[in-house]
Ligand binder design. Structure first.
Ligand SMILES: [Zn+2]
Length: 102
C-alpha cells in the first residue's frame, strides 16, 4: 500500500495523501492535499496518519493483508505483498508512521 502515489500538497508542499479531482468551468483539475490540509470529513476516512494510533494503523494493515491473501492467486506475488505489509507493520511498531517522509 502506498500513501499518496503522486503529487504534493497544494497548500504546504508536503507529500500529498488525498487526491481530489474537481470539475471547474468544465476543466478537470486535480488537487493534492496532505493529511493536515485534507478536508476533515475525508481525513476521517483515512485509516492512517497522525490522527490514528499505531494500533489502529496496524489493524488496518492486517485487514489489508487478509484481503490481499484472498485476492492474489499467484503465490510468489502474494508473498511479496505480504512481506511489504509486514515491513510496514514493523516500521510502525518501531515508531515510524505511515505517510511520514522516508
Ligand atoms: Zn498541506
Amino acid at each position: 500500500m502506498k500513501a499518496g502515489a503522486t503529487g504534493t500538497c497544494d497548500v504546504c508542499g508536503k507529500p500529498g495523501i488525498v487526491h481530489l479531482t474537481e470539475l471547474r468551468d468544465g476543466t478537470k483539475t486535480t488537487r493534492s492535499l496532505c493529511l493536515e490540509h485534507a478536508p476533515p470529513d475525508m481525513r476521517e476516512k483515512i485509516p492512517f496518519g497522525p490522527h490514528r494510533s499505531a494500533a489502529e494503523e496496524i489493524a488496518f494493515l492486517r485487514e489489508k493483508m487478509e484481503i490481499l491473501d484472498q485476492r492474489i492467486t499467484d503465490p510468489a506475488q502474494r508473498k511479496e505483498f505480504k512481506a511489504d505489509i509486514e515491513n510496514l507493520i514493523a516500521d510502525i511498531e518501531a515508531g515510524r508512521r505511515l505517510g511520514d517522509p522516508e
